[in-house]
Design a protein around this ligand. Structure first.
Ligand SMILES: N[C@@H](CCC[C@H](N)C(=O)O)C(=O)O
Length: 328
């Protein structure tokens, strides 16, 4: 078959968008997972952190399904939904839309550019739950709020939350970031282990100054990525709960792929986070493939969005310089 794809990134967390609405593809569940494993392979001529399937919806303007590079399906993707937001808003010629995801219908909208000439979208991150059963996390208590788990690390305190995909977050300084701790811990909780039967996204967070933080995430189903949107949203909330930032104000969240902005709303005992950042197109292409030998796919007619890359590189360079100057 001949498959049309759009490579897009949010904070350098990159995805292949496959539009099942316009292009009329009918995939089996197995085929969606197989495509993710083959096309996201970084050794291949494509490579990505995941695939975003854009589908029609009975209850919203469009539906998004997210498959990680290992073929597992995620309930949500914060950087990915910004890419889908742009794709759907341009397709439907609207400024805002509602996107159906696995666990919630989420509002998205075109927003003032976070940096000159960088298409920017605000996406709703919700629902938020601190219940261990919602991750799931197997420990005796119903929540894990800034507490130690001896089986994970003797000194670090963790918070676990679902937004609604699962996140494990700890606040650290530069010495810990520079060590092997995050990789070792993340591989453990994403392999056979007694705590997280479905794995978990693991973020190490550093406070840069009031109103700005740095987040590095080891993603379930992928490994270290440049950034993880749901992790940056969840991490912002954790820094607020720890008294470093405030509700109802913007927090700049730096990552290895650039920078986003988060805003935490707290109403009627519920949290909802606005995640605001780039949705940058990298290229459009066609992929010729045979299902029996899917790993031998051929990429044709790649057309790059060069201007978008040039502009995004400027944001990324500024963000990197800021992090280097402030990380302690
Ligand atoms: N990169 C994403 C999250 C993708 C899913 C995640 N790996 C999971 O399995 O939960 C984001 O930007 O939120």
């Amino acid at each position: 078959m001949n498959l049309k794809i759009t490579k897009c990134h949010g904070s350098g967390n990159d995805f292949l968008i496959i539009d099942e609405i316009t292009d009329g593809y009918q995939f089996s569940e197995e085929a969606r997972a197989e495509l993710a494993k083959a096309l996201c392979n970084r050794e291949s001529s494509l490579g990505a952190d995941g695939i975003l399937y854009v589908m029609s919806s009975q209850v919203a303007d469009a539906r998004m399904r997210v498959f990680n590079a290992d073929g597992s399906e995620a309930s949500m993707c914060g950087n990915g939904i910004r890419c889908v937001a742009r794709y759907v808003c341009e397709l439907l010629e609207v400024e805002e839309a509602v996107i159906e995801t696995m666990k919630a219908n989420l509002e998205v909208k075109n927003e003032a550019d976070i940096y000159p000439n960088i298409p920017t979208y605000l996406v709703e991150i919700s629902p938020v739950s601190f219940k261990t059963k919602d991750l799931p996390l197997h420990i005796e208590s119903d929540t894990l709020l800034n507490e130690k788990i001896q089986g994970l690390h003797k000194d670090l305190s963790f918070t676990a939350l679902a937004v609604p995909n699962p996140h494990l977050i700890t606040l650290v300084d530069k010495d810990i970031l520079d060590s092997e701790v995050q990789e070792t811990l993340s591989k453990y909780v994403n392999g056979p282990n007694e705590y997280f039967p479905d794995g978990v996204n693991v973020s190490f967070v550093s406070i840069l100054e009031q109103g700005s933080i740095y987040v590095r995430t080891y993603e379930r189903g992928v490994g270290f990525t440049n950034a993880c949107g749901t992790a940056m949203s969840a991490s912002t909330l954790v820094t607020i709960l720890n008294g470093y930032n405030k509700e109802n104000s913007y927090v700049d969240v730096y990552n290895n792929g650039g920078k986003v902005r988060c805003y935490v709303h707290h109403q009627n005992g519920q949290y909802r986070i606005d995640l605001i950042g780039n949705a940058t197109y990298v290229y459009r292409a066609e992929v010729a493939l045979e299902w029996d030998t899917i790993e031998n796919f051929i990429v044709k007619n790649k057309v790059y969005f060069e201007d978008e890359a040039i502009q995004y590189n400027k944001l990324q360079e500024e963000a990197q310089n800021y992090v280097e100057a402030h990380l302690k």
